[in-house]
Design a protein around this ligand. Structure first.
Ligand code: ARG
Length: 476
């Protein structure tokens, strides 16, 4: 969409003795960004016009003309031929002007029984509903990618961390399923937010409703809303539904930032747990050896702007008296940018976690290359089965505190020798507790430790596979 030459005085200029200055015009106009609402503005106007005709306020001829004109404007918009004009302030006036140019008086009758206040609130809700649906599709794609990878790595052992230090062995599949759970809650939150987005403000008019015999339920049905906003003052003024969306979006980005951080850590040569496909990384202009995980780093960074947008809208709403105030025009740029950021981040994340079939070999290529040996080695070096040894002693009758102490001494001895607990000979282990016998080696292995955590939510491979199956069933 491009900008046109100045056209005519503002639609409301009759009341005024002088035009606004150029700077004020630019300051108050929203068309440079709200042009994105065009298809939704047209959708809302079509439903409004159909309703006006149904209740006998608009003639059949006017309705026909309006439909034709708006259809042409939509086609112009979709093919990039629609031009906007700063003199017409916002998308609502721009479309009305274009319509009137095309169909004459019918265009001037469209605004009967409504105001830009209920019109913009309707447009933003329609736009946001569509954005939520697109984001949900991408969340689903990201979750499916994680489920595939988790299933593939249900047996791959890695250290689980607390304080970023090796704590207990887990499977990589279990770790990925933790990510999947975060995104599953994000999807739930968005679905919940959508319910409150999906209400019709139109009919509230400027603030008090309208004296025309309107049928709001009809418009709500036409536009696929679940119902109407119950109070006209509230309908035109509150943007809490947008704030909820930004809060849900900030949590999505927060989750993606945590996953990104782990990808960055795992990819450092010191960890070497994974390698990311080259197309998600960049090189250094000076250090030829570098392959930097720029994509996850940027995703981590973009969380900042999402949090900023949430704070911007909360601050915008705070202390606003009823009903509509021009402050609310400031809701759009944060919302648009938030949706763009979420769409791009989730699409890239799903791809980064995904796989594809190689065109020549027909083999599946995973975009995250997993170095299972490095993961395993890190679990061994981190004495990740120390808790299992303590549990072993407790099962043989030792109080847990004493078992903890005995194992701490065993770890110190293994550390001094530069070996794993499982490499200490039986006599050496028995020096820490008489209760230790040959069967101890079964619990000291990584596999033994993992298999033992065989309950819902636990890390055993069987449980990870079951969790993947449950999540798949939920995704349908
Ligand atoms: N561009 C305005 C907005 O985004 C439309 C509503 C303007 N209404 C008004 N009375 N100034 O909020």
């Amino acid at each position: 969409m491009s900008q046109d030459q100045p056209s005519a005085p503002a639609a409301w200029s009759g009341r005024f003795s002088e035009p606004v200055s150029e700077r004020v015009k630019r300051y108050t106009a929203s068309i440079p960004f709200d042009w994105r609402l065009a298809p939704f503005d047209i959708q809302g106007s079509l439903a409004h016009a159909a309703m006006l005709h149904k209740v006998g306020v608009l003639s059949a001829q006017d309705l026909t003309d309006i439909r034709r004109g708006l259809g042409e404007i939509l086609a112009d918009f979709e093919t990039g031929r629609f031009t906007w004009n700063l003199d017409d302030e916002d998308i609502h006036f721009n479309i009305e002007r274009a319509l009137t140019k095309k169909v004459g008086d019918a265009g001037k009758r469209l605004h009967t029984g409504r105001s830009r206040n209920d019109q913009v609130a309707t447009d933003v809700r329609l736009w946001l509903r569509d954005a939520i649906d697109r984001i949900q599709t991408l969340l689903r794609a990201a979750r499916l990618a994680l489920l595939d990878m988790a299933e593939r790595h249900a047996d791959t052992v890695m250290p689980g961390f607390t304080h970023l230090q090796a704590a207990q062995p887990v499977t990589f599949g279990h770790h990925l399923m933790a990510w999947q759970e975060m995104l599953a809650r994000d999807a739930e939150r968005l679905a919940d937010c959508r319910k409150r987005v999906n209400r019709l403000p139109l009919g509230a008019a400027a603030l008090a409703g309208t004296s025309y015999p309107i049928d709001r339920e009809f418009v709500a049905r036409e536009l696929g809303f679940d119902g109407v906003c119950e109070n006209s003052l509230d309908a035109v003024s509150d943007r809490d539904f947008a704030i909820e969306f930004l809060a849900a979006g900030a949590l999505i980005m927060t989750h993606l930032s945590r996953m990104s951080e782990e990808l960055v850590i795992w990819m450092t040569p010191r960890f070497g747990f994974i390698d990311l496909a080259d197309r998600f990384c960049t090189g250094s202009s000076i250090m030829p050896q570098k392959k930097n995980p720029d994509v996850p780093e940027l995703m981590r960074g973009k969380t900042g702007r999402m949090n900023g947008h949430l704070i911007a809208l909360l601050t915008l709403m705070k202390g606003q008296p009823l009903a509509y105030n021009k402050d609310n025009q400031e809701d759009k740029e944060p919302l648009f940018d938030a949706a763009d950021t979420l769409v791009d981040s989730l699409a890239i994340f799903a791809d980064m976690m995904g796989s594809h079939l190689d065109a020549t070999t027909g083999e599946r290529v995973w975009h995250v290359k997993v170095r299972a040996e490095r993961m395993r080695q890190a679990a061994v070096e981190g004495f990740a089965t120390a808790t299992d040894l303590a549990d072993y002693l407790v099962k043989k009758g030792l109080p847990f505190r004493e078992a903890h102490e005995a194992v701490a001494r065993a770890v110190r001895a293994a550390e001094q020798k530069g070996c794993d607990l499982a490499n200490l000979p039986l006599d050496a282990l028995r020096a820490f507790s008489e209760l230790i016998a040959e069967d101890v080696y079964a619990v000291l292995t990584l596999e033994g430790s993992i298999q033992a955590r065989d309950h819902i939510g636990g890390t055993s491979p069987a449980q990870v596979r079951a969790a993947v199956a449950r999540a798949r069933a939920r995704l349908g």
